[in-house]
Design a protein around this ligand. Sequence first.
Ligand code: PGA
Length: 251
Amino acid sequence: MREKLVAGNWKMHGDLLQNRELLDAVVAGVAAMRKGSCAVCVPYPYLSAVQVILQDTIVDWGAQNISQYDKGAYTGEVSANMLSDFGCRYVIVGHSERRALFGESSDTVALKYVAAQNSGLTPILCVGESLEQRESGATEQVVAEQLGAVIMKAGIDSLANAVVAYEPVWAIGTGKTATPQQAQDVHEFIRRNVADKNAEVASNLTIQYGGSVKANNAAELFAMPDIDGGLIGGASLIANDFVSICQAVQN
Ligand code: PGA
């Protein structure tokens, strides 16, 4: 049975006080859940504080980006080893904001994915099409290319230690959620694409949906057979909403 995971992506939000209040409320709200079913991905400067707040809780944590390089003269970059030093479990790679705003190609994303796994981190690999690509019927082609770049570099078996997040760009931060069926169709495509190469890896692969998941639509999305949880932006900053979304994954 594959594991279900709800992960918060705080993006560039938060401060020490707010983070503490948010996490205290989240930890209390999800205390009865299974360890491994809930995580938050936080900005770098808060890693250390979050590590302390979340130790001995069921909530895991991660970062939102890493360098593709191990070490060296890369001013401003953070390596996968530095993250694993903190006991960090996850790192998001290939978020559409990184692809679109910071010029990350699928090849760069694949290098980051490999760097994460080499340091024992679990990458949350984001894939997804823009509105224009969807409207021109290119959704599957785009997702296959993004996934294919990683499979080519890291091998199909690497997906046994990764999470994939399908995030249609047009649904991120827009309040426009994909319908459960639209999301399911792409999730099924991703799982089939992986199954063509390794059926066991495909059936165990956690595929999250991301893009305007809210407390009031999480349950119907998570009820779809190939949707194994969510990657949550805006709603992960509101404790009650995030707790409800985490709880929806169990139902
Ligand atoms: P959103 O963001 O939930 O605010 O749409 C999702 C994401 O970017 O991962």
